[in-house]
Design a protein around this ligand. Structure first.
Ligand code: SDX
Length: 422
């Protein structure tokens, strides 16, 4: 039995055999055999938009690997910048490569003074940080016009370094602006996670150093959120990048997609949901509303994982280390009860709905002192690495501009009707 499918056009009786390679069938064969007949696949539920060597997901078994390395090993043993190097270059760095990479990022964390001093002037004090971040990242492209030369690998990497380095600075500046607090400059003596926490939370402390348990939790959360193959925001980055737009506006497009509550906005929505439920006793009534379709159980379900999201398990464990320092988040009991009820209820079991990366992360963020509005920003910072790794891979693949077809269901052709006759 050959690894292939046979397509027969019953109108002509003609057939073609198409090999199944790497779990996929090449649509090009279909295009030749049936020109003008499209596969209709809204939301790309069964369509592979590209080949990629960056991240592997096995949704049925809850497996996630970055360049072949299991996510739990990276979360336990690596750092966010080491994982960034891995995702971008395909291999873990040796000591000198990692040291040079860390230095490179550390020395690109500053923002142009025009930008730092004035970017927030156009916004209300209570502007949502994701709106600030999305527009700020797009605005960065105006400071680096050379970034349009997307064909030059060295230039690409220079912009990638700038974006990875500056995202925490932009994120922290949005938070400080919303609190009416002075901007905190990046420091070169701190690692990536510590520097971000310093820019977020230090108050008149030139020697601020975060609690080691909180620093480690931040690092683990960055690693877990760094990439996730062709999710909605990465697809947005690849689509915009395929038009040969510069990396800043491609990442801004990805930020916009991530902002949606079905995607990266879910961690913020989970905390609002837990607060709305309010108490352990209210869980059963809420779950009935979910099953009747009135509510969604935010932080549950996934297009790919039909098993426990491996990241959710790691985050749940990391939460205990954080709570030892901050005290237990009072909403944890409600979250644990929701999970217990959902994992035993046929509605969720039948639909293979399990906790995803967003279900527990917000509890940690809240306990660490981040306001709910910052949660999706905390997703965008590390995911910038994944967006850029895919943007780079797409350009290296000699890809064509993304331009799907459609099935037209509108009215047939007709003549213009003069207004008097309408
Ligand atoms: C992220 O793609 C990625 O990899 C994303 C991400 C990443 O790292 O980039 O993993 C990050 O975005 C995680 C997902 C965060 N979003 C949420 O937690 C929001 C709540 N979840 C859902 O909205 C939903 O599960 C999605 C959007 C995540 C997935 O949607 P799908 O694949 O389109 O699934 P679906 O809407 O077709 O649902 C299938 C069924 C439906 O029921 P029926 O119509 O068959 O009766 O499951 C139900 C849905 O109603 N369902 C839910 C549910 N999620 C799906 N019912 C209640 N609560 C939910 N959360």
């Amino acid at each position: 039995m050959s690894e292939s499918i046979t397509i027969t056009d019953n109108r002509t009786g003609e057939s073609i055999e198409v090999p199944i390679e790497n779990g996929a069938v090449d649509a090009g064969a279909w295009k030749k055999f049936l020109p003008g007949t499209w596969f209709l696949d809204p939301a790309f539920g069964t369509t592979a938009s590209t080949e990629s060597a960056i991240t592997f997901l096995d949704g049925g078994n809850g497996v996630l690997e970055y360049r072949g390395y299991p996510i739990d090993q990276l979360a336990e043993k690596s750092s966010h910048l080491e994982v960034a190097y891995l995702l971008l270059n395909g291999e873990l760095p040796n000591e000198s490569e990692l040291s040079a990479w860390n230095d490179e990022i550390t020395h690109h964390t500053y923002l142009h003074e025009n930008y730092r001093r004035h970017v927030h002037d156009a916004f209300h004090y209570d502007a949502h940080p994701m709106g600030l971040l999305t527009s700020s990242v797009a605005g960065l492209s105006t400071f680096y016009p050379e970034s349009k030369d997307i064909e030059d690998p060295e230039n690409r990497m220079h912009q990638i370094v700038r974006l990875i380095a500056k995202m925490p600075t932009i994120a922290a500046s949005a938070y400080r602006f919303s609190k009416g607090l002075p901007f905190v400059f990046p420091r070169n003596d701190l690692d990536y996670a510590s520097n971000f926490l310093s820019m977020m939370f230090s108050i008149a402390e030139d020697d601020y150093v975060p609690d080691p348990a909180l620093r480690r939790a931040m690092e683990i959360l960055f690693i877990l959120h760094a990439d996730h193959e062709q999710n909605c925001s990465t697809t947005a980055a690849r689509v915009v990048g395929s038009a040969h737009a510069d990396p800043y506006v491609s990442v801004a497009a990805a930020c916009a997609a991530l902002y949606g509550p079905r995607h990266g906005g879910a961690n913020e929505a989970v905390l609002r949901m837990l607060a709305e439920i309010g108490s352990y006793e209210n869980v059963p009534a809420y779950m009935e509303r979910v099953k009747s379709g009135e509510e969604r159980l935010m932080g549950f379900g996934h297009r790919v994982y039909k098993n426990y999201d491996p990241r959710a398990r790691i985050i749940k464990d990391a939460a205990h280390d954080v709570f030892k320092v901050t005290g237990q988040n009072p909403l944890l009991d409600i979250a644990l009860k929701l999970e217990e009820v959902a994992l035993a209820d046929p509605y969720f079991i039948d639909r293979k709905l399990y906790p995803n990366v967003d279900f527990y992360s917000g509890l940690i963020y809240q306990s660490m002192g981040f306001p709910v509005e910052m949660f999706t920003v905390l997703f965008a910072i590390p995911r910038t690495v994944g967006w850029l790794a895919h943007w780079q891979e797409m350009l290296e693949m000699e890809s064509r501009i993304a331009r799907p077809r459609q099935v037209y269901t509108g009215v047939a052709s007709r003549d213009y009707t003069p207004i008097g006759d309408r």
